[in-house]
Each structure stands twice: as structure tokens, then as C-alpha cells.
Design a protein around this ligand. Sequence first.
Ligand SMILES: [Zn+2]
Length: 51
Amino acid sequence: MFMRQKVTLACEQCGSRNYTTTKQMGRLGERLTANKFCSVCNKHTVHRETK
Ligand SMILES: [Zn+2]
């Protein structure tokens, strides 16, 4: 059984919370980032995990 933590990905530029995903727990200190499309910025931006 794998422990998975639900995280929200927020646009780094406008702060809009556009995506939710899960990540495997156990890597403390690792920050999840992803390049995804933001409908507010109308372009691809870096999305960073937030609580
Ligand atoms: Zn944005």
C-alpha cells in the first residue's frame, strides 16, 4: 500500500489553483512543480504545489 498525498497546483504567476494531483509521500522537502496551462494567464506557466 502506497501513501499518497493530495496536492493542489497553483499558477506561480497569478496564484490560480488550476490542478489537483497526488504525489507519493516520503520525499520530504521535495517541491512539486509542473509546467501547465493556466486559463487565467492564457499560457503555460509554472505551477507549484500549495496546501
Ligand atoms: Zn496563471
